[in-house]
Design a protein around this ligand. Structure first.
Ligand code: CTP
Length: 417
């Protein structure tokens, strides 16, 4: 018998979203089409985890349903007629509508050929049973759960299970997705899925750099504890398939946790990445940058991180002047310095890096070149030299107020700083 989850859905989704999905059901019905809530939001409803990434699948034409819905709500509509999909954006959430599709996989790793299909076609092409449930939104069947692959049972058993034996061959990014879900939800791979995953790890070689980078971003930016995904990836032979030198020997666990403790208000992805490649040489790093087609800022931070690591011992000196610390660290990106602060075991180096990040990097004298000229310093290289000397004095705490800065400049001019 079909289970109806209307009351659960109505409690889970905020009222404005409920109103919209009901409207979507009504409009689709009028057009003699079917519309269903699918994917992550259905999974997360059963798990009672908030998720308002609303994905709808339309049996028929998603773009027409989206137009009808846009006409009666304030959503900003974007359509992709070629893909039969549309997006409706509201101030606090957005709804994706896609025409139900049938996918035919040609070459492993390549994107599939797509044809319009029924809901069942759309569900079988999905990654895991827990992501392949749908809820009917048409008025006469509103709330009916469509669970063709026992997704709900797998949620109860806390299992990640693929829908057919060639799933990872068709799309090896699912290997990485499986590990993310396992760790995020505290689930396990179903036994046969694990056997097939281990068998198909080499298929990751068929995935393009851009798709791999997308998965890496997901791990580093969206997972609360990315280190758990890397640990599991190591266990299953996935890490070394991505790059032979990538490993997780327990060090990452401690360092990623420390990263979260140290930096509460910045995006951590680049610091995590620097730590992931912290033991690499330049050649290995170059290979990883190319394999994931990493953007310039991330690649540069990673390069800086390993270059700084090689010279870090120079900061292991308790009485180092702040101006020296500043000049030493200034060439490196802040993210690379943050990663080294996480990585170092030396309290002295740690203090110096912290001092740089929290104070020195932003400490500037109040006087600028114009002020110096106004004070009677003649234009020329000496202005730059005096500004550097003034900056150093500021860093070293020799001058604090603007008045002290002016006195310092005057003393420099008279030759006795
Ligand atoms: N999907 C898939 N295979 C992929 C990517 C996505 O089958 N390689 C399907 C899954 O059914 C998934 C849905 O597309 O639920 C939406 O994908 P995505 O937004 O990446 O995942 P969510 O399930 O929404 O989950 P989350 O963002 O929480 O990872």
């Amino acid at each position: 018998m079909t289970e109806n989850v209307k009351p659960k859905l109505e409690t889970y989704l905020p009222p404005p979203i409920i109103a919209l999905v009901k409207h979507a059901g009504e409009r689709a019905s009028e057009l003699a089409m079917g519309v269903y809530l699918v994917g992550g939001v259905v999974r997360d409803m059963f798990l009672e985890r908030p998720n308002y990434d609303i994905d709808l699948v339309v049996e028929g034409d998603a773009v027409r349903v989206a137009h009808a819905l846009a006409n009666e709500s304030q959503g900003k509509l974007t359509t992709h007629s070629r893909f039969g999909s549309a997006n409706l954006r509201y101030p606090d959430f957005s709804i994706d509508l896609a025409t139900a599709r049938r996918e035919i996989y040609g070459r492993p790793g390549a994107l599939p050929t797509v044809k319009p299909g029924l809901l069942a076609d759309d569900l079988i092409r999905r990654d895991f049973s827990i992501n392949a449930m749908a809820i009917c939104l048409m008025p006469q069947r509103f709330g009916d759960l469509i669970d063709l692959y026992q997704g709900k049972q797998d949620l109860k058993r806390k299992l990640i299970r693929i829908l057919h034996p060639d799933s990872f061959v068709d799309d090896a990014t699912r290997i990485l997705r499986a590990l993310r879900y396992e760790q995020r939800l505290g689930f396990r791979l179903e036994a046969n899925t694990e056997v097939l995953l281990r068998r198909d790890v080499p298929m990751l070689g068929t995935i393009s750099s851009d798709r791999l980078r997308h998965e890496l971003y997901h791990m580093l930016m969206k997972e609360p504890k990315p280190e758990k995904v890397f640990t599991r990836a190591e266990e299953l032979g996935v890490l070394k398939q991505l790059h032979l030198s990538l490993k997780d020997n327990g060090w990452l666990d401690q360092k990623f946790a420390r990263t979260r403790r140290l930096y509460k208000h910045i995006s951590l992805a680049t610091v995590y990445l620097c730590l992931l490649v912290y033991d690499f040489n330049e050649t290995e790093l170059g290979q990883v940058i190319a394999r994931f087609n990493l953007p310039t800022t991330m690649a540069e931070a990673a390069r800086h991180a390993i270059r700084l690591k090689a010279k870090l011992h120079e900061l292991d000196e308790p009485k180092l002047k702040p101006s020296k610390i500043y000049r030493f660290l200034r060439p490196y990106s802040a993210q690379a310095i943050r990663a080294n602060l996480v990585a170092t075991e030396s309290p002295v180096i740690g203090e110096h890096l912290k001092l740089y990040l929290t104070k020195l990097s932003s400490a500037r004298p109040s006087l600028n070149g114009d002020d110096l000229l106004k004070m009677g310093i003649s234009a020329g290289p000496q202005v730059g030299e005096m500004l550097t000397a003034l900056h150093n004095a500021k860093l070293d705490g020799m001058v604090k107020t603007r008045k002290e800065e002016e006195e310092f400049v005057r003393s420099l001019r008279s030759g006795c700083p």
